[in-house]
Design a protein around this ligand. Structure first.
Ligand code: FAD
Ligand code: 2MC
Length: 378
C-alpha cells in the first residue's frame, strides 16, 4: 500500500544528494554558531523545495503530501532544524497559494517559492499557545487599512523572513472572529524580539514579532474576515505531517548510526552487536519508527484525498512519529555510551532538535485531545 514509486525514488535521490552535500557537512557548525543559512535555503528553493505542494502557476512543484513527507524525512536525516524551517516556510506558501487572490499570489509566490523571500507563520502569543482560538492580537479596520497591535511569541524565522502571516482578532466571536493578514517585514511599528536561546533548533531563529499600530492596506487580508483560524488550522494539518517526517528522518539516522556503532565498538571479547539486549533495543527503535512511518504515509494520503478523517490522522501521525523519533534519539545516546553525550558524535544534537517536535505545531497532548474528541463526536 505504501510502496515508493519510481518517480518518488528519483525525488528522494535528488533530495538525498542535496542534503548530503549542502546540509549534512555543515549542520553541526550551524548548530554551534546558531547560524541560519539563508544562502542554502535559496539553493533548496532553486530545486523546488520552497513550494513543494504549491501549484505550478507561480513556480511551485505541485507535489502531493505523500511526496512531501518523503522529502522532509530525507532532508531531516541531514538536519532536522533546517528541514523544519523549510516545512514552516512551505506552510506559509501553501496558505498564500490556497487562500490568496490573484494579486496576492502573483506578488508573493514567485520569490517565496524560490526562497529568495522567507515566510513566517504567526499564531502563538505570549499568553496563548495551545488554546489558539483565544488569541488577542487585534486588527482594527481604519478606512482602507487595518491596524495591527499585539505580540506573537516563538516565531520561527522571525527577523529573517520577508512575509509574516499573522492571525489576529477582527471580532470578539472566538475562533470565528480571527482573520489572517499578509504582513511584509519592513513596516513602521513592526519589530522583533531577540533570538531566543534554545535547547535545539539552534540553526533557525525564534523571535517575538511585535506589532505596535502596524498599518497594512486592507487588500492584505488573506481570504475573508473570520476565516483566519480555519485557514491556520488547515495549514497546520500539513505542518503536523511534515514535522512528523522530520522526526522520522532524525530518528532513522540515530538508528543507523547506532547499528554501525554497535558493530564497531568492542567490549567483553567482541563487538557490542553481540549483546542481545542491545540488538533488542535497535529492533525496538526500528519497529517504532516503521510503525510511525506507516501511519504517517496513511495520514498523508488522507490529506491528499481530503478524507473526512484527515484531521484525526494528521494529529495521530504527529504524536506517534515525534514520540518515536525522540525515543530513537534518546536510545541512540544510550547505545553510544559516553560518546553519545559528546557533540562530535551527533546524537545529542538529534535529541535536542527532536525534543521540540513534541511541543510545537500543537503539543502532543493537544494531538491526543484532537484524537480523543473525534471518538466522542456525533
Ligand atoms: P501551553 O499551551 O501553555 O501548554 C503548556 C502545557 O499544558 C503543555 O504540555 C500542553 O500540552 C499542556 N496543555 C495545554 N492545554 C491542554 C489541554 N487542554 N489538555 C491537556 N494538556 C494541555 N508558534 C507559531 O505560531 N509559529 C511558529 O513559527 C512557532 N515556532 C516555534 C518554535 C519553537 C522553537 C517553539 C518552542 C515554539 C514555536 N511555536 C510557534 C509555538 C508552539 O506552537 C507552542 O509553544 C505550542 O503550541 C504550545 O503552546 P505553549 O507553549 O503556550 O504551551
Ligand atoms: N483542520 C481544519 N479545521 C480545524 C482544525 C484542523 N486541524 N482544528 C480546528 N478546526 C476548525 C474546527 O472545525 C472549527 O470549525 P467551525 O467553527 O467551522 O466548527 C474551528 O476550527 C474551531 O475549532 P474547535 O471548535 O475545535 O476549537 P477549540 O478552540 O475547541 O480547539 C484546537 C482547537 C485546540 C484543536 C486548536 O486550538 C489547536 O490545534 N491548538 C494547537 C495550536 C497549535 O497547533 N499551534 C501551533 C503553532 S505553529 C508552530 O508551532 C510552528 C512551529 C509553525
Amino acid at each position: 500500500m505504501f510502496e515508493i514509486s519510481e518517480d518518488q525514488k528519483s525525488l528522494i535521490d535528488m533530495v538525498h544528494d542535496f542534503a548530503e552535500t549542502k546540509i549534512a557537512p555543515m549542520a553541526q557548525k550551524w548548530d554551534e554558531e546558531q547560524h541560519f543559512p539563508i544562502d542554502v535555503l535559496a539553493q533548496a528553493g532553486q530545486l523546488g523545495m520552497g513550494g513543494i505542494y504549491a501549484s505550478e502557476e507561480h513556480g511551485g512543484s505541485a507535489l502531493t503530501r505523500s511526496d512531501a513527507v518523503l522529502v522532509f524525512e530525507e532532508l531531516a536525516k541531514a538536519d532536522p532544524t533546517l528541514t523544519a524551517y523549510i516545512s514552516i516556510h512551505n506552510m506559509v506558501v501553501w496558505m498564500v497559494d490556497s487562500f490568496g487572490n490573484e494579486e496576492q499570489r502573483a506578488s508573493w509566490l514567485p520569490e517565496l517559492i524560490t526562497m529568495e523571500q522567507l515566510g513566517s507563520y504567526c499564531l502563538t502569543e505570549p499568553g496563548i499557545g495551545s488554546d489558539a482560538a483565544a488569541l488577542s492580537t487585534r486588527a482594527r479596520k481604519d478606512g482602507d487599512e487595518y491596524v495591527l497591535s499585539g505580540v506573537k511569541q516563538f516565531i520561527s524565522g522571525a527577523g529573517s523572513s520577508g512575509l509574516y502571516i499573522v492571525m489576529a482578532r477582527t471580532a470578539d466571536t472566538g475562533a470565528r472572529g480571527i482573520s489572517a493578514f499578509l504582513v511584509p517585514a519592513d513596516l513602521p511599528g513592526l519589530s522583533f524580539g531577540s533570538n531566543e536561546k534554545k535547547m535545539g533548533w539552534k540553526a533557525q531563529p525564534t523571535r517575538q514579532v511585535i506589532m505596535e499600530g502596524v498599518r497594512i492596506p486592507a487588500e492584505n487580508l488573506l481570504g475573508e474576515e473570520g476565516q483566519g483560524f480555519s485557514m491556520a488550522m488547515k495549514a497546520l494539518n500539513g505542518g503536523r505531517l511534515n514535522i512528523a517526517a522530520c522526526s522520522l528522518g532524525g530518528g532513522q539516522l540515530a538508528l543507523e548510526k547506532s547499528a554501525a556503532y554497535l558493530k564497531e565498538r568492542q567490549a567483553f571479547g567482541g563487538p557490542l552487536a553481540k549483546q542481545e539486549a542491545l540488538v533488542f533495543k535497535l529492533a525496538d527503535m526500528d519497529m517504532e519508527l516503521e510503525a510511525a512511518r506507516s501511519l504517517l504515509r496513511r495520514a498523508a494520503r488522507a490529506l491528499d484525498a481530503k478524507s473526512p478523517d484527515m484531521v484525526r490522522l494528521c494529529a495521530m501521525a504527529k504524536k506517534v512519529a515525534t514520540d518515536a523519533g525522540f525515543n530513537a534519539a534518546n536510545s541512540a545516546i544510550q547505545l553510544h555510551g559516553g560518546y553519545g553525550y559528546l557533540a562530535d558524535y551527533g546524537m545529542e544534537k538529534i535529541f535536542r532538535d527532536l525534543r521540540v517536535h513534541q511541543i510545537l505545531e500543537g503539543t502532543n497532548e493537544i494531538m491526543s485531545l484532537i484524537v480523543g474528541r473525534s471518538l466522542l463526536e456525533g
